[in-house]
Design a protein around this ligand. Sequence first.
Ligand code: ASP
Length: 433
Amino acid sequence: MKKIAIFASGTGTNAERIIDYFASSDRVKVALLLSNNPTAGALDRARSRGVPCRVFTREELHDGRIAGLLLRERIDLVVLAGFLWLIPPSMTEAFDGRIVNIHPSLLPAYGGKGMYGARVHRAVVEAGERESGITVHLVNDRYDSGAVIARYRVALSPDETPESLERKIHRLEYLHYPPIIERLAMGAPSVSDNPTLLPDMKLLLISNSTNAGEPYLQYPMPEIARTLEGVGEVVFVPYAAVTFSYDEYEAKVRARFEQIGVRVRSVHRCPNPAQAVCEAEAICVGGGNTFALVKHMQEQGLMEAIREKVLSGTPYVGWSAGSNVACPTLCTTNDMPIVEPESFRTIGLVGFQINPHYLDANPEGHAGETREQRILEFIEANPDRYVVGLREGCMLRVEEGRMELIGKRPMRLFRKGEPIRELSAGDDLSFLM
Ligand code: ASP
């Protein structure tokens, strides 16, 4: 078990997310939360979650007492989450390459002394920037100048305010910081003396495998080929199949992928599916019944395995249920709960929900809920989540920290308190990431 210590000076929302993320992890444990500020909200959040806390003085930080404590506690990684003091040499020497920070801008822009929290967002908005983001970096003894590990971007809208930008940035932080911490704590190469950039995720999330009247997987094939460029074999997850066998599913996908020169190996034939995922060149998750898919993926530990693998740069292609499981939960599926998974939680590669096969039509004389009504119910109960209604024939591509819609039809975007929006290919969707 790897141990991390969090340093926080403020309200501690990032610290809270990190603690919750690792609450049930058997690989990484938040062993300690430290603060220079005895009234920091972070301390309450940590205590209420059973994480031991320690308040320290500037002197203790500088004279090596805190570094000594962390060494005795065998801390593997020090995580700064809204910690405002400069980290002194006593710490950077003891934890060389093992202190990580998150900064709410695209460093080196808007970094340095005095640039933190709301001040950064105000400066970015006042300067009329069109994009901002977060930077995760290693810490040395100068503000915001250690090696960059990862950056994620958001676009600013014309009417952006510092407050709305702050909310966007928080979403990015909550989504990306914990998995990066996990990677670093587990000893990813970027913690060594030569930190490398974490590869960005490469995702292709397809609404439906097949358009009416077309051959299987025909329309998305050019995009699949592009996403799988250079890949010899994909590891395929067939668990959404219910009325036909996994063998049949594998054969069907194999026949199609053969045409682009990619071999298909289904996890149902692997003695250890999670291990197969760990060794995969690319991962492909097919559609069918989402509940059956989620149940079997959870039973095999595939949610975590795929998440970690894809965050380290392995391409992911999903269609229908396979796109839905890339979201935080399965809650916007169209399927019936024919089996009961352990929970609704899915891989969480993106921070929003997808409703695949999004349908506008409501047959004449039909009194059941429309798709729109069902999604409006979802956002009522989940006010922080965006939902993308992904119409048939469309897909989302995530690459190099950006997301775009591919397809001739717009997607519908739902969020509580906001008007429903139609977004088309070419529109910047990075605010959703
Ligand atoms: N059953 C769909 C699929 O093809 C998923 C959905 O409609 O939510 O995977």
